[in-house]
Design a protein. Structure first.
Length: 488
């Protein structure tokens, strides 16, 4: 399919719109036009022959008429055979063009024989007028019929011009000069006219070819995209199956690792005499917890990408969720002497959202801020209204910041900036993509602003349609007394 696509594009870019590329098509059009107008030449030949016999223009009129009809019948028979057997191909088009031009030249000899005949019993002016009118009619009919065969008009009527010139040289009739000039001018005009028709037809064929090539390219591209989509769907299905099986296979031993390491770390069954073993147990527990968090994040991102992440929406307060998340990271922040400040706008109404998902968003953003804020730093948490009537949670730290060119990397799955790679607290690179996906599920927006050595600010925004506005209570109104109707 790729090879077909390249060949089609190459034809479109480098294709020649000249007649050499469309010889087979032009010959096919010439054959169709000649077969459709096959009755025109016999009618003209019989009509001209009848008038010639009436004017007594020569004793060879019947011979000329019979020769013309026989040659025309052979020509039509040949064209029918070529069309029925499909003998014209791209390889044989030039050869058949020469053969058909030869046929036209032979037919032109018959019209040259007609032009060379004289009339001994009629006036020269009348005979010349009849001969000129007949030749012009035949010339125009031939030009219209053979316009798609390059050089057909010239090959057909060059013998006629030569015959008229020979007749003038033989008889020295002054009126033959007028016939020569008139017929030559008409032949040049019809050659030009048929050439324009042929070029117009070739241009139409070129447009048709380009359209066909474009359709072929679109079909090939569509086939390639369908194949790519099928492979992507298969890969996605295989990934889902792999994650489902691996999550089960990994969780089972992880539960034992986490449980037993926690029992040993807390010395439930007795003290551990060797402090190095106790340190090892703590490392095992932390590593197992890190692996479990990684599995959970991968599964969450996979469900979101597969469209299977369902929201259980209810009325929640952003302020309460934010305070809970601050309390969860407070202990870790105190261990690094980080101060967390809060700035909440009062009387914020509840929002319609999934509490678990929103809690995960705020907790991920707070954890990142505490993780990358240095000792003795500060994390500021703001909660308030947006300009459009929505609500936002903004978290700003005074950490090292993120270079501007690394922001797209940080926002991609498994992407980590250079600061995160050098940090001792490395993560999985899935926190911010999960935050973006959850906010997108809520029709919200995620904004990240950061400069190197100036800190980072992240903003989670919920749209106005998620905000639940309270409606004031309806006061009880006393009903008015019924008014009596009065009649005049």
């Amino acid at each position: 399919m790729n090879r077909t696509l390249r060949e089609t594009r190459a034809r479109l870019q480098n294709g020649d719109s000249g007649s050499s590329q469309f010889q087979r098509e032009t010959l096919t059009l010439y054959i169709d036009a000649s077969l459709n107008s096959a009755a025109a030449v016999p009618i003209l030949a019989c009509g001209i022959g009848a008038f010639s016999l009436a004017f007594d223009m020569g004793k060879y009129t019947i011979v000329w008429m019979m020769a013309t009809l026989i040659l025309h019948a052979l020509h039509i028979f040949t064209l029918q055979q070529v069309k029925s057997r499909q003998l014209v191909t791209d390889e044989t088009a030039a050869r058949w063009m020469r053969r058909l031009l030869g046929f036209q030249f032979v037919i032109g000899l018959c019209w040259a024989f007609f032009a060379s005949q004289g009339c001994s019993t009629c006036e020269p002016a009348s005979a010349l007028t009849f001969k000129g009118a007949a030749l012009l009619i035949v010339l125009s009919a031939t030009a219209l019929t053979t316009s798609m065969l390059n050089g057909a008009v010239l090959a057909t009527f060059i013998p006629t011009v030569a015959a008229i010139v020979y007749q003038y040289w033989r008889d020295r009739e002054p009126m033959d000069i007028g016939l020569i000039a008139m017929f030559t001018a008409a032949m040049v005009f019809f050659i030009f006219f048929s050439g324009r028709l042929r070029r117009t037809s070739i241009q139409l064929l070129s447009y048709q070819s380009e359209k066909d090539n474009l359709i072929a390219e679109l079909e090939v591209a569509n086939a390639i995209s369908d194949e790519a989509r099928r492979r992507a769907e298969e890969a996605n299905l295989a990934k889902s199956r792999f994650l489902a099986s691996m999550s089960h296979e990994l969780r089972t031993p992880l539960n034992a690792i986490l449980g037993f390491s926690e029992v040993m770390d807390n010395e439930v069954l007795g003290p551990m005499s060797n402090p190095i073993y106790k340190e090892y147990v703590g490392d095992i527990h932390r590593s197992g917890q890190h692996l479990l968090n990684l599995i959970n994040e991968i599964l969450d991102l996979s469900r979101i990408e597969a469209g299977r992440y369902e929201l259980h929406e209810e009325s929640v307060m952003l302020a309460e969720i934010t305070e809970d998340c601050i309390g969860m990271v407070q202990l870790r922040a105190r261990s690094k002497q980080i101060r967390i400040t809060e700035q909440f706008e009062p009387s914020l109404p509840p929002v319609w959202a999934d509490e678990k998902s929103i809690r995960q968003v705020i907790l991920n953003l707070l954890s990142n801020a505490v993780k990358f804020t240095p000792q003795g730093g500060e994390v500021a948490v703001k909660l308030g209204w947006t300009a459009g009537g929505g609500q936002y949670v903004a978290i700003r730290d005074n950490g090292p910041g993120i270079p501007e060119e690394e922001i797209p990397v940080v926002l991609s799955a498994f992407g980590q900036g250079s600061i995160a790679i050098k940090s001792a607290e490395q993560g999985t690179g899935l926190g911010l993509p999960i935050v973006q996906a959850i906010l997108s599920k809520h029709d919200g927006e995620f904004v990240l602003r950061s400069k190197l050595r100036e800190g980072t600010e992240v903003i989670a925004i919920l749209p106005p349609k998620r905000v639940l506005q309270t409606v004031p209570a309806v006061r009880e109104a006393h009903s008015n007394d019924r008014r009596k109707r009065s009649f005049a």
